[in-house]
Ligand binder design. Structure first.
Ligand code: MG
Length: 384
């Protein structure tokens, strides 16, 4: 097993992308685990397969789902945009050409959804995108666009804008990419949370402070949405739900200030987690909305014992929308620790594994041009 203190930033980028796909594939299990409403049953089946470490992920039995196909689309949109602009060594500001490139990728990736259980909101919205005309990335406000489809594909935005000073750009791109399909704050703020948490993972910010960081960022996002002048009234009217649910959650865990250690129930096993995740949800399917997909991923990152199999147990093997919570949690794990502690069975033959790794490498090179390759110490947090 590799020494996690010897993980380079480049490997962390690659692992963030590759393991996001692994989290998706494990949570999905060709649909049978994503749509299984019993964490207990999923755990029993995983045990019969020899446990997480023995699961040989392959493109046939463990396809990646819509989450990864759309995450690839976001990442490829960002990387290809950089290739077509004359950046003169500087990363260009977010702009319409970037959004149109992402919209083009979202539209075309819908051709790769056979057997991947694409979300209904993205299927509805993508045909409305028109990447060949100005403003063609904007769709009307969508009252029911609250699902997790914007969140599950946004982590790479945090890899593209990993630094604290990038926050304005991270907000703009996560909101705009999110509302290309999910034009409702509950939907696109999920994209903001997923991107922000991934940037925090790259920064090495303590996990217990990520929620407080999100709360500090939300007013800035609201200001961005007001300034953007797109359906402002509808967005402002629907704004508070996401903030309120996150406030309740952070208060429950005792980490609203981001300084205290999180509080968990004494017994918080598979059954208790299923019930808790369901209690966070809108309609009984934990992780299926923009607010609770990053929340469940975050809860798993706060509570797991520091090992990859336990993170899988908490973020991927539950009764809710398990691929979308898994894709976010696994991306953050990779961004912190690289492939440390992950059995090669899980990722050697992952579908689109090389595409994901290549994008990780490109995102690293674009976003960290002055990285010397010197290995930083990455400390696993005390998760007791
Ligand atoms: Mg999926």
């Amino acid at each position: 097993m590799a020494d996690y203190n010897r993980v380079s930033l480049k490997e962390r980028y690659e692992a963030a992308m590759v393991l996001s796909g692994v989290g998706d594939a494990l949570g999905y299990k060709n649909g049978s685990w994503e749509f299984c409403h019993s964490g207990k049953q999923i755990h029993e089946e995983a045990k019969q397969l020899g446990g997480v470490d023995n699961i040989k992920i392959n493109p046939k039995s463990w396809m990646v789902s819509d989450d990864t196909v759309m995450h690839l689309a976001t990442a490829e949109g960002l990387v290809e945009f950089i290739n077509v602009v004359e950046s003169k060594g500087l990363k260009p500001e977010p702009q319409e050409r970037m959004y149109l490139k992402i919209a083009e990728k979202y539209k075309t990736c819908m051709n790769d959804m056979t057997d991947r259980a694409p979300g209904t909101t993205s299927m509805y919205s993508c045909p409305m995108l028109n990447p060949s005309r100005s403003g063609g990335y904007i769709i009307p406000f969508l009252e029911w666009g609250r699902g997790c489809g914007a969140a599950m594909r946004a982590m790479c935005i945090g890899l593209f804008y990993p630094k604290p000073e990038d926050i304005g750009n991270l907000i703009a791109v996560s909101v705009e990419s999110g509302r290309m399909t999910h034009h409702h704050p509950t939907g696109y703020l999920g994209a903001l949370a997923a991107a922000l948490f991934t940037s925090y993972a790259i920064q090495g910010k303590p996990v217990k402070s990520w929620g407080a960081g999100l709360m500090e960022t939300l007013p800035k996002a609201l200001q961005y949405v007001k300034d953007s002048n797109i359906d402002v009234k509808d967005n402002v009217n629907a704004w508070d739900y996401f903030t309120n649910r996150w406030t309740e959650y952070l208060e429950l865990r005792g980490i609203f200030d981001g300084l205290q250690d999180p509080k968990f129930p004494e017994v918080f096993g598979v059954k208790e987690r299923d019930a808790f995740y369901e209690s966070l949800s809108d309609k009984g399917w934990g992780g299926s909305s923009g607010h609770d997909a990053p929340m469940i991923a975050y809860d798993a990152l706060l509570s797991y014992d520091g090992t990859w199999p336990d993170l899988c147990s908490r973020s991927m093997f539950h009764s809710g929308d398990s691929d979308s919570t898994g894709v976010i949690a696994a991306c953050c794990y990779g961004a912190m620790f690289g492939f440390y502690g992950v059995n090669k069975n899980n990722y050697t033959n992952l579908e689109y594994g090389e595409r994901l790794r290549g994008l990780g490498e490109k995102l690293y090179a674009i976003s960290n041009p002055s990285d010397t390759g010197v290995v930083e110490n990455v400390q696993l947090e005390d998760q007791d």
